[in-house]
Structures are given as C-alpha cells and as structure tokens.
Ligand binder design. Structure first.
Ligand code: NAP
Length: 243
C-alpha cells in the first residue's frame, strides 16, 4: 500500500478525540493511519477510515509494539503530520498512588510518545517537512487532585513540545500541542455526576467540549496556514483556564 496523499498518523484513533481527529484530517485531504491497542479496535477503525486510511495496533508502553507500528507506517510512507493523541489516566490521591499507577501513565503518555516521535524524526528531517501535534490537557497548567501522574505526564509533554520545536525548526518541522479542557468521551465518562457538574459550573462557555472542537484545532495546526506557528500550546477549553 502506498499513499498518494500526504500521510497523517494519529495515535489512539479508535474512539473519542482521536477518531474525530482522524476523520477530520481525512476530510482535509490526508491519507490517515490510526492506531488502536487491540486487533478488534484496528478492524473497526479500518472500517471507519475506508479507502483513504488504514490502522495498526500500537501499545505505546511497549517498545516492541511501537517498533512494529513504526515499521508498518514506514512501509507506507513518511508522516507529514504526526498527532500524538493516545493517552491514559490512572487516578488516585498521591498518598495512595502505587508505583505501577504512576509508571503506566508516564510510560504511555510521555515516554512512549517521545519514543514514537523519535522514530519518525529521521524521515521527517530528510523530507524537510513535518507537523507534530501533541494532545496535552488543561490540567498540565491547572493541576488536578487525584491526577499527579497524568498532570506530570502532560506537563512533560508540553516541555517536550517546546524543546522539539527548537530542535526541529531549521528542518521546517513545527511542533505544537493542543490542550483540551473537559471533552465528552469515554475518559470523562468515568467521572461522577457531581464531578461533572462541578466542572461545568467553572466553564464560561457553559458546555462540555466535543471531540470535534479539538479536531478543528488539530486540522488548523496541520494546515499550510499554520506554517509559522511552533512551540505553542493551543488551549481549547471553553474558558475553563485562561492561563
Ligand atoms: P479515550 O476515549 O480514553 O481514548 C483513548 C485512546 O488511546 C484510545 O484510542 C485507546 O485505544 C488509546 N490508548 C489507550 N492506551 C494506549 C496505549 N497504551 N498505547 C496506545 N494507545 C492507547 O480518550 P480521549 O478522551 O479521546 O482522549 C484523547 C487524548 O486527549 C488523551 O491524550 C487525553 O489525555 C487527552 N485529553 C482528553 C480530555 C477529555 O476531556 N476527554 C481532556 C484533556 C485531554 P483503545 O481504544 O484500543 O483502548
């Protein structure tokens, strides 16, 4: 398989924000390669993407899985756009947080994402073109009780975004992050109604975000028009945090 259109890779594209990003990038003219953690997720994602895309399994916390994903993508082409969307939570108050809960979140959200970016850098640098877009979170700036691991991973992702932007600017590769606020997906569905209502009361635009709100921001950062934007954190949060 070869892609005649520019290639966009979206991790964690099987549902939620990632799926919205994947389909929006397709509509914007990209051939999209998405990832899911399971074969059944890959099959569903391939159905959703149709002929202008495909999908492979990826577990960012697993080095071998990442290498195999990179090999499958590279057989198709060099990504013009890499959207690092996959992420997990494993919430607990700090005094109860187990090493495993800390490590899983950091391994997946931060270390795994770095490893994936690094794997594609040679090709992107050779192509002298690239758009790397990392999906962070409003809590990287605000903090959130019960999410020390997740907040640390997303704050790390933002620091990494700025450093990479400085390293790669001379190769015409931009590196930015989108920091979503509260978006209605499986991830936030785990919260209690009380937690959801308390959050809603703090959002000036008086609604939860939708996955499409984040996809629009990603499509902008992937576009030709965003060619002079790099090292930025684009907040899409309904005003929840105005940093
Ligand atoms: P979601 O509905 O929970 O989906 C998570 C995606 O990541 C799925 O595609 C999942 O694949 C994939 N994934 C899970 N573990 C993985 C691993 N170890 N390796 C690779 N992929 C893995 O999440 P979401 O709400 O759409 O969030 C997407 C991104 O936005 C995340 O980075 C999240 O931190 C960020 N974010 C979300 C919100 C929000 O309010 N929802 C707010 C701020 C930031 P499977 O389907 O195979 O499990």
């Amino acid at each position: 398989m070869t892609a005649s259109k520019p290639l966009a890779v979206v991790t964690g594209a099987s549902r939620g924000i990632g799926l919205a990003i994947a389909t929006s990038l397709q509509n914007a003219g990209f051939f999209v390669i998405g990832s899911a953690t399971s074969e059944s997720g890959v099959a569903k994602l391939r159905d959703a993407l149709g002929e202008q895309g495909t999908a492979f399994t990826l577990n960012l916390a697993d080095v071998q899985s990442t290498e195999s994903f990179v090999a499958q993508v590279s057989a198709i082409g060099t990504p013009a756009v890499l959207v690092n969307n996959a992420g997990i939570t494993s919430d607990n108050l700090s005094m109860r947080m187990k090493d495993e809960e800390w490590q899983n979140v950091l391994d997946t959200n931060l270390t795994g994402t770095f490893r994936l970016i690094r794997s594609f850098l040679k090709g992107m640098m050779k192509a002298r073109y690239g758009r790397i877009i990392n999906i962070s979170s409003v809590v990287a700036t605000m903090g959130n009780p019960g999410q020390v691991n997740y907040c640390a991973s997303k704050a790390g992702l933002e620091g990494m975004t700025r450093s990479l932007a400085q390293e790669l600017g001379s190769r015409n590769i931009t590196v930015n992050a989108v920091a979503p606020g509260f978006i209605a997906t499986d991830m936030t569905n785990e919260l209690t109604d009380d937690q959801k209502n308390a959050m809603l009361a703090r959002i000036p635009l008086q609604r939860y975000g939708e996955a499409a709100d984040i996809a629009h921001a990603v499509v902008y950062l992937a576009s030709a028009g965003a060619g002079y934007v790099t090292g930025q954190i684009l907040h899409v949060n309904g005003g929840l945090n105005m940093g």
